[in-house]
Ligand binder design. Structure first.
Ligand SMILES: [Zn+2]
Ligand SMILES: [Zn+2]
Length: 173
């Protein structure tokens, strides 16, 4: 007796759930799963979707392969090998993130809470922790210029100056 087969039959015999509708839902879910994976630069290798707790094969952007249930991926889990490598080689992760944004990190990495010096593709440099860059913060000067062009007035300018002053490291004066 095949358990998966038994489960499928049990589920599909529920009243009020027409077969065609369930088939459509399954298809939609596989598309959603593929989109989830694509957003992370990887893909789901499975061609059929059974349910969110059935193991499926996945591949990350680095070509690592592993098995996980779709539910875990939806919860935000992804390639464990990549996560381990980021922990083991954070210095490399720092450069990868900087390169992805067309810039560089000028400081040696020590830990995620220490301020590092960064450089954007325009050549501006500033200090920020790896955590804040990982969360999406980037060159405050570029951000300030964009904001200034959009809305030139005294308070926006003062805000920009305050932001630029904030990123100067305490010991650089
Ligand atoms: Zn990986
Ligand atoms: Zn910049």
């Amino acid at each position: 007796m095949n358990i998966a087969h038994f489960r499928r039959n049990a589920r599909y015999s529920l009243p009020g759930a027409p077969r065609a509708k369930l088939a459509a839902m399954r298809k939609l879910n596989l598309v959603e799963i593929q989109e989830d994976a694509a957003r992370r630069g990887g893909r789901c290798l499975a061609e059929t979707y059974v349910d969110s707790l059935t193991l499926m094969d996945w591949e990350c952007a680095q070509g690592h392969r592993w098995r996980a249930v779709a539910h875990a991926i939806r919860q935000g889990h992804w390639c464990k090998k990549c996560a381990d490598e980021r922990l083991r080689f954070p210095a490399q992760a720092v450069q990868e993130i900087a390169n992805a944004r067309g810039g560089a990190c000028l400081s040696p990495y020590s830990n995620s809470q220490t301020k590092l010096e960064w450089q954007c593709k325009e050549g501006h440099s500033w200090w920020a922790t790896f955590s804040s860059v990982k969360q999406g913060s980037w060159c405050p000067q570029c951000k300030g210029e964009r904001r200034g062009r959009r809305r030139i007035n005294g308070s926006a300018m003062a805000h920009t100056i305050a932001m630029i002053q904030k990123v100067v490291p305490p010991n650089s004066a």
